[in-house]
Design a protein around this ligand. Structure first.
Ligand code: FNR
Length: 389
């Protein structure tokens, strides 16, 4: 934060991306076409879950402590036996070429530069291999949209493993596309079609199958290939708990289930031998009228937090939001839209500004609250308050 204040307030250098979380979305709107903007800013139904995500944060308030020695302030954490510089993780976000030509490779590079792990989506517009080289020594995780076809799943996981992705994040809440009016009204499928053949359906096993079944190539029938891919991945048929055994056979590293909201599902994930969960409602993009994701966190932490890694996302906008989630028991948080807005406004440089800003805000807010490290984030520092009116 010294660097940001040093440059900005003292030397008069304005950031290209606003540091005000309330203005960021509006700035991104000006950089994007209407389809891309609606896609990233949109949510399910009337966006009631998105609203709840923010309201849930508003209901928790920090109680700052004074006159504490902050000389040893430290935001590093340990996850799955590895040290991480800070408790922030880039959430998986699909089709990033819609937002900027720097796309996944540029964002992965920016994440590596600021010490934030990059989670690559199955629906990416850069290949698993290209993102691995862009992220270099940076930590990278792989997010699976779980195909019905086991051979395709095995191929994706093999490529992820061979390319240094250390954690497998399996998204459970998107086995079917959701009711998202902004995408439906803007003809969502052509918009995926416009992305070309670089998304997940570029996988060699998928391609071979498609070519055999259709008698044509992916390049010659992008629409058909997109449809075949979507039909397999967002099939409308959910995997069930027993299917996890197959993933375990294919992946020796940590497996994290993303999209857990109910305490019984968290217990089930533990029972099935998963290493972690992400308490998440997909940023309010799947089920409208659901509880705010933060609302689900404390109960889930109480049930499984001492036996498995509990991560959190949906609604993180500021450093204080990160602290609140940590105080309620998350070990780290994922963030999506703010970083994508930064990417939209100024490419990898813009994404980097948002990430650095969030980290600086986290550092500063922790120190001003008298919290020296992540282990000190606990429920004694936070209170649920509902102001009336
Ligand atoms: C997402 N998200 C998502 N999740 C996932 O597991 N795979 C994916 O490909 C995507 N794609 C995606 C695209 C866009 C445009 C958005 C905004 C989100 C969900 C994401 O990982 C995360 O769960 C939420 O977005 C977190 O909420 P915030 O930080 O956006 O409020």
């Amino acid at each position: 934060q010294t660097e940001i204040y040093g440059q900005g307030a003292l030397m008069g250098i304005r950031p290209t991306v606003t540091t005000d979380p309330r203005l960021l979305e509006e700035q991104a709107r000006k950089s994007l076409g209407v389809r891309s903007f609606n896609y990233v800013s949109g949510g399910a139904g009337e966006k009631a879950t998105m609203d709840s995500n923010r309201l849930a944060f508003r209901q928790w308030k920090l109680i700052p402590r004074m006159m504490r020695n902050m000389e040893k302030q430290d935001v590093s954490i340990e996850l799955f036996g590895q040290k991480y510089d800070n408790p922030l993780i880039m959430a998986p976000v699909g089709v990033q070429s819609l937002f900027h030509e720097d796309k996944e490779t540029g964002l992965a590079e920016a994440c590596a530069e600021v010490g934030v792990p990059y989670t690559l989506s199955t629906a990416s517009t850069s290949s698993i291999e290209d993102v691995a080289s862009a992220s270099g020594d940076g930590k990278r995780w792989y997010q699976l949209y779980w195909p019905q076809d086991n051979e395709i799943t095995a191929s994706l996981l093999k490529r992820a493993k061979e390319n240094g992705y250390s954690v497998l994040v399996v998204t459970l809440d998107t086995w079917s596309l959701a009711w998202r009016p902004a995408d439906l009204d803007n003809a969502y499928i052509p918009f995926i079609k416009g992305v070309g053949n670089q998304v997940g359906f570029s996988d060699p096993v998928f391609r071979a199958k498609f070519e055999k079944e259709s008698g044509t190539t992916v390049e010659d029938d992008i629409v058909g290939a997109s449809r075949a891919w979507l039909a397999d991945v967002f099939s409308g048929r959910a995997h069930t708990w027993d299917d996890l055994a197959f993933l375990r056979e294919q992946w020796e590293g940590p497996i994290v289930l993303k999209g857990i909201q109910h305490v019984d599902d968290a217990k089930k994930a533990l029972e099935c031998g998963c290493d972690g969960i992400v308490v998440s409602n997909h940023g309010g993009r799947q089920v409208d009228g659901a509880i705010g994701s933060l609302e689900a966190l404390p109960e889930i932490v109480d049930a499984v937090g001492d036996k498995m890694t509990v991560l959190f996302d949906s609604g993180i906008r500021t450093g204080v939001d990160v602290i609140k989630a940590l105080c309620l028991g998350a070990q780290a948080v994922l963030v999506a839209r703010p970083v994508i807005y930064g990417l939209s406004i100024d490419g990898r440089n813009g994404a980097k500004q948002v990430l650095k800003g969030l980290l600086a805000d986290l550092w500063q807010s922790m120190s001003l609250s008298g919290i020296q490290n992540v282990a000190e984030c606990d429920r004694s520092k936070i209170r649920k308050v509902v102001y009336g009116g």
